[in-house]
Write a protein that binds this ligand. Structure first.
Ligand SMILES: Nc1nc2c(ncn2[C@@H]2O[C@H](COP(=O)(O)OP(=O)(O)O)[C@@H](O)[C@H]2O)c(=O)[nH]1
Ligand SMILES: [Mg+2]
Length: 239
């Protein structure tokens, strides 16, 4: 199964790749790890393929006299021309570039995803964004999945950083996003857009299982594995 780990910078893509891969190995699956982030200094797992052996953002900066943003753009264009090796494994995990928006909204993301057979995305929502902003993170995940053309399940990561009340609030909103209605109403003219959107999310989000996980403590990994199996092995339905 080709699993592409997606999420904003710092949401925990690399740590989740490392720890969830380790968890799968302990469960006796064969696992391959691929790092597609040319900008990272280090990854916490042993790579079976590492894009940094071909190019890095740092070297591009030095060689082409570019600043960090220019070099990231250049690196993403180079990534789009890269042939990804086809590796065998029960789970082939792809850790993606730190700057998700550059990966997704330039050609590299869609071109990489196109090379993978039957991929599934795991989109990380960082729990520290706060419960009230879960809908915005969810909408962002939809935009990314749409752009990349990949079926994606969502996880809320870093729940170890939430206290009991915050965790309950996250669970509550995932079960019923419409409880945010009062907050949205205070947002002025854009409420005309947000309110109908919240109604749709109120139907869509509770129908999905969005596990609360921690890449640090490995909480929720069992549930994540179950969902992956259900999505890819049984019915292809994300609910
Ligand atoms: N407490 C906590 N920290 C996490 C978790 N997942 C990632 N981190 C930390 O968040 C930071 C960014 O993680 P990283 O995997 O590099 O994010 P990436 O940019 O998405 O690859 C690192 O300091 C991680 O140790 C988690 O579940 N809990
Ligand atoms: Mg990373």
């Amino acid at each position: 199964m080709n699993v592409v780990v997606l999420g904003p910078a710092g949401s925990g893509k690399s740590l989740l790749t490392c720890r969830f891969g380790g968890y799968l190995l302990k469960e006796d699956y064969s696992v391959k790890f691929l790092n597609l982030d040319p900008g990272c200094l280090d990854v916490p797992y042993h790579c079976d393929f590492d894009i940094r052996e071909r190019f890095t953002v740092e070297k591009i900066m030095a060689k082409e006299g570019l600043g960090p943003n220019g070099a990231v753009l250049r690196a993403m264009d180079m990534l789009s021309e890269t042939k990804i090796p086809q590796l065998d494994g029960d789970f082939v995990l792809f850790d993606t570039p730190g700057q998700l928006e550059v990966f997704a909204f330039r050609s590299s993301g869609p071109k990489i995803i196109d090379q993978l057979s039957d991929p599934i995305g795991i989109f990380i929502i960082d729990a520290t964004i706060g419960a009230n902003d879960l809908p915005s993170a969810y909408l962002y995940s939809l935009a990314i999945s749409y752009r990349l053309g990949i079926d994606t399940l969502r996880v809320v990561n870093k729940v170890d950083l939430l206290n009991k009340q915050e965790r309950e609030r996250v669970s509550k909103i995932l079960h019923n996003p419409k409880i945010l209605e009062k907050k949205v109403k205070t947002m002025g003219v854009l409420a005309d857009i947000y309110l109908p959107m919240l109604k749709i999310l109120g139907k869509v989000i509770p129908a999905q299982r969005i596990p609360l996980i921690s890449a640090k403590t490995e909480e929720g990994f069992g549930e994540l594995l179950t969902i992956l199996h259900e999505v890819k092995c049984v019915c292809g339905d994300l609910t």
